[in-house]
Ligand binder design. Structure first.
Ligand code: GH3
Ligand code: MG
Ligand code: MG
Ligand code: MG
Length: 311
């Protein structure tokens, strides 16, 4: 006999064990013009350990999306001046909100109207009065799926590092933070030397293994607060918050030296791989300009004969 365990809770527990931390509360935005219904929802969601943001005026939706950045949205269907379907359409028009789950919660019992609402971008249609457990389970499952999808979307599958798009997103975030906190920040670009030769000599699978080996190496040597991305094929980008140029140069130079000493196994003969690196300190400029400066420094390292760091 299996013990009676809520499967949702069980998975949450497993996730929290495997990641070594507890699960972040889901951020749920609720729009319902009835204050009583809104209050009820707020109580239920908070009791379930979620972070609820409740609005009763459809006009507040754009502002709430910006300020709260919800992971799941619950919409009432009939409100004065507009419908939940119209709101769903507005939400779906924004690229970054394309995959945020939308759950309708309405007294509407006409199935053809429910299906029509779903076709405009809704993921579920729940009817009032709703059993709180049913509501929480639906939000929970949608939230969990949305999170695992997001986790896949921001990573590179070969190395597990952040992908190009997400790296640039993080760079913008860190620039904003450096500005706000008046802290230094550095950006570094790494490019493996003569990588084409590695592939040609030892084969593509060994080349892939070198890419993974450098990824692990970077993860182990850099700080938890640093962000590491796979910028392109054999190019990596590193964001170093709260770091001065001289410190960034030193840490990357040490990593470069240690990595060059690492024996890369290939059957009965081992080989060594080096990389070149360009470092740029943020000077108040845009992320694009910062990237260009790091890229130019990297190009200089290549010109100087490779296996070196230029700032
Ligand atoms: P340089 O020192 O000037 O950077 O020389 P390089 O050979 O590293 O530069 P180049 O840009 O000519 O070659 C990069 C090579 O990286 C070519 C491409 O086949 C290889 N590459 C890109 N992505 C991957 C990948 O995912 N796996 C493997 N195995 N190779 C890759
Ligand atoms: Mg209503
Ligand atoms: Mg390259
Ligand atoms: Mg290269």
């Amino acid at each position: 006999f299996y013990p009676a365990v809520d499967p949702g809770q069980l998975i949450e527990k497993i996730e929290s064990y495997t990641h070594g931390n507890t699960v972040e509360p889901y951020r749920v935005l609720v729009l319902d013009d009835s204050r009583a219904q809104a209050k009820f929802m707020e109580t239920v969601l908070k009791k379930a350990g979620m972070t609820a943001h409740i609005i009763t005026d459809p006009m507040q939706i754009i502002h709430a999306l910006e300020e709260f950045s919800p992971e799941i949205i619950v919409l009432d269907m009939y409100m004065p001046g507009c419908t939940g379907m119209e709101i769903a359409r507005v939400i779906r028009q924004q690229d970054k909100l394309h995959s945020v789950p939308i759950i309708y919660l309405s007294a509407e019992e006409d199935v053809s109207k429910q299906l029509h609402a779903m076709s405009l971008g809704g993921d579920d249609f729940l009817t009032k009065p709703i059993d709180p457990k049913h509501l929480v389970a639906t939000i929970h499952n949608r939230g969990r799926r949305a999170r695992s999808l997001l986790a896949l979307m921001i990573r590179d599958s070969l190395t597990g590092l952040f992908n190009h798009t997400h790296t640039l997103h993080l760079l913008d975030q860190e620039i904003a933070r450096a500005k706000q906190k008046d802290q230094p920040m550095c950006f570094a670009m790494i490019d493996i030397d003569y990588f084409k030769k590695v592939n040609d000599t030892f084969g593509h699978p060994i080349g892939d293994r070198v890419l993974r080996s450098l990824s692990m190496f970077l993860k182990q040597r850099l700080r938890k607060s640093d962000h590491i991305g796979r910028y392109g094929g054999e190019e990596f980008a590193i964001i170093l918050p709260d770091t001065r140029e001289s410190d960034a140069r030193n840490v990357l130079n040490e990593i470069r030296e240690r990595f060059s000493e690492l024996q890369q196994p290939a059957g009965d003969r081992d080989f060594n791989v080096t990389f070149s690196c360009g470092v740029a300190a943020w000077t108040g400029d845009s992320s694009q300009s910062l990237c260009e400066r790091a890229d130019r420094a990297l190009y200089k390292s290549k010109e100087l004969g490779r296996n070196c760091v230029t700032a």
